[in-house]
Ligand binder design. Sequence first.
Ligand SMILES: [Zn+2]
Length: 511
Amino acid sequence: MKNFSRKGAKTQSNSVKFESSFGSLRLCGRNILFVAILLISSALFIAPASSSSASYDLVIINGRVIDPESRTDAVRNLGISNGTIKEISNDKLTGRTVIDARGLVVSPGFIDLHQHGQDEENYRFKAMDGVTTALELEVGTGDVDAWYAQREGKSLINYGVSAGHLAARMAAMHEPVTFLPTGEAARRSATDAEIADMKQRIEDGLKRGAIAVGFGIQYTPNASRWEILEMFRVAARYGASCHVHMRHAGVKEPGSSIQALEELIAAATITGAPLHVVHIHSTGGPATPKLLQMIGEAKSRGLDVTTECYPYIAGMTDIKSAIFDEGWQEVFNIDYKDLQWAATGERLTKETFEKYRKTGGMVAVFSMTEEIVNAAIKSPLTMIASDGILERGKGHPRTAGTYSRVLGNYVRDQGALTLIEALTKMTLMPAQRLERRVPSMKNKGRIRVGADADLTIFDARSITDKATFQDPAQYAEGIKFVMVNGVLIVKDGQLQSDLHPGRAVRATKNF
Ligand SMILES: [Zn+2]
């Protein structure tokens, strides 16, 4: 009877408030008999559950729990209820569902800051690679409300998007908004009025909860430095990080990736916007170690600058984009044979390059060496992010294999970095990148009481990427269980169907 609220009884003379595990009921004094019957039946109904003092929806026992924030690396049991981690303990825990994770690593779910493919097909491959949150932050969108509305209640994993400069530029130049610009927005400079229009569009996107601002400056080579600065100014006002594909690639001066990074470090310094440089190795090529040095130095002076990479020696982009304008061979130090047409897997020639350039489509660009990839992955500055997109099974293997490839090839087989170092790059660092604008990210990327129950449980001895450039739509192996907001979407290595526990990652903070 202690559940009768005294306050309720006092302030409302002929009614009391009864709080039970079923919520609260307001009861009239004259219905005391009914109350008594209700209480008895309630007590009988809840009896089985009340026999255990701490029973959870789900418990994970005997797993090797690795949490990069607390530096925990030990066997622990986890208690999970209502989509949240409730207990981390050495003690035996009880729950309706029990996962015995003996011999497996229990990690925060992986957070991918750079995933273009944002549909059911892509989410399935991400889930099987251990990703619980996939964010489209480089290209972004021009219509934030519509983007989130399309995925609400229909997503396997958590999702989120940036306000995109590319989309704003296409709209300001009255072009249809496509993934990457290929018309005027790709090629000409903007008027002052168009720059003002783009600023307004980015600001609208941020007001609607976009979590960052995205840029692909190499796709808009005639966007002036002033135009980029103006967009950074808007981002700074909203505490939004700028996720930037740099203006130039490679080492050739003028127009090297070093010069491109100088532009961005200057823009971040002038405006105060946080800077995140995407796929540093595929843009930097042989200059990658120098770019990483520059980022480290800028950070040591207090600048908020971060970066990311993926574990492959080829990038991928649209053959129709401005990246393949005159002079691309010299920029990337490659030739036609280093391009692979994604749809068929064929290597290109001058003739096929010219043919496909007219129609457009995805092409893999083999412009990096294993040394470059290794330098990027080993650096403590880089996060792991996939840059993934699959369309009807075609695309780049990074979509389905990025995380398992780092954990299998680079951690286990090569010993290039430790397990906790790799997991830090996949969980804690990407969560921290977004916390200033999206405080709810403080509950992701961690195994902590109160954190979201987004978890990835894998076998460190067997984890392996299976996706290849010939056949990119291959699930990774070794990811045994994946949980999104407390719901198991991968069980015993099998993807579960018809589940949509993914939630929007969206900014709600007013600046
Ligand atoms: Zn890019």
